[in-house]
Ligand binder design. Structure first.
Ligand code: SF4
Length: 313
């Protein structure tokens, strides 16, 4: 078996343990960013699946200062998980590089000034990074951990068009390569089950993703959020969507991970959203930890692991 210690995949927890020697907790920050795919710069509709409201924890509100959000986030996590001793400020909702560089520097500096914050993770679109920003983020690494996390969602341009993503896969690939060339760890987010994609297409994507210089990946099953354009499409044409059932997804995501390069750290195998936000059927109200346990149990039963079927080159 590949060398993942007692796990069957390259886990996020051990990645941060290797980096920091201890457990690290991310604190989500809403710094009041917008998104060019919503404010009219690219489009006004946004991605058809997008509902940022569904991802924000209660302490994460743009009306509060960044310091207040981080302090409340640390308190929240200290009550829940006593083991974390280091924190990463996670600029999560919307597009967190969508301002002039001088303003971005001021925003990130507010988080970096807090002693418990060991670094920042910046979620953004791949069409919102450039050389000066990457150069600046590279410099921050002298004192803090930095990671850029891109919403890529699919490797297929026809899918990206269909969900009104407003950029193609080549843009995502370019951003990931530029980020890696600047020595900055880079994460990417993908959704399984977007309309028009077959299971075979999704599995083939593992080969494309394995060729990218990615540090981490997050996978989500498609969930359809209330109030989104996709919810309207779904309610009108439910047959046009294939939404994974839990058992089917467990086997699918293992099939995928078997094809994924073993050096890529898996931060998430599935999404977890409070059922009140969904028009699609939730998975029996399972928490992510429970879903992860089921996936790991199935990997044991199948005696398989990340990268077992990876095609190199
Ligand atoms: S998913 Fe991200 S890029 Fe798409 S509309 Fe929402 S905030 Fe913008």
């Amino acid at each position: 078996m590949e060398p993942f210690g007692d796990r069957r995949f390259n886990s996020y927890a051990s990645y941060y343990k290797r980096l920091f020697g201890s457990r690290v907790q991310k604190i989500s920050i809403d710094a009041g960013f917008s998104c060019p795919n919503r404010d009219g710069t690219i489009s006004t509709g946004g991605c058809t699946f997008c509902s940022n409201a569904a991802f924000n924890p209660s302490y994460c509100k743009a009306e509060k200062s960044i310091r207040q959000q981080i302090e409340e986030g640390i308190e929240f996590h200290q009550r829940r998980y006593r083991r974390a001793s280091k924190y990463l400020a996670y600029f999560q909702p919307y597009s967190n590089t969508y301002k002039p560089l001088e303003e971005l520097k001021e925003i990130y500096a507010q988080a970096l000034a807090i002693p418990e914050v060991a670094g920042i993770v910046i979620g953004t679109r791949p069409d919102l990074v450039d050389e000066p920003l990457l150069h600046y983020l590279n410099k921050i690494q002298e004192t803090h951990h930095v990671m850029l996390e891109y919403g890529v969602e699919s490797v297929y341009d026809e899918t990206l068009k269909r969900v009104n993503r407003g950029h193609d896969f080549a843009t995502a690939e370019k951003a990931i390569r530029m980020t890696a060339e600047h020595g900055i760890p880079c994460g990417a987010h993908f959704i399984f089950g977007l309309p028009g994609e077959t299971k075979a297409m999704m599995l083939d994507a593992a080969h494309v993703i394995s060729q990218l210089p990615l540090t981490t990946v997050k996978f989500h099953q498609l969930q359809i959020f209330k109030g989104t354009r996709m919810a309207e499409e779904y309610l009108q044409h439910p047959d046009a969507f294939h939404l994974f059932k839990l058992d089917e997804y467990i086997d699918f995501v293992i099939d995928f991970v078997e094809r994924l390069h073993p050096d890529i750290v898996i931060e998430r195998f599935a999404g977890e959203v409070p059922p009140r936000y969904l028009v699609s059927e939730p998975w029996m109200k399972l928490r992510y930890d429970q879903v992860l346990r089921l996936i790991e149990q199935r990997m044991e039963e199948r005696n398989t692991w990340q990268g077992r079927l990876e095609v190199r080159g």
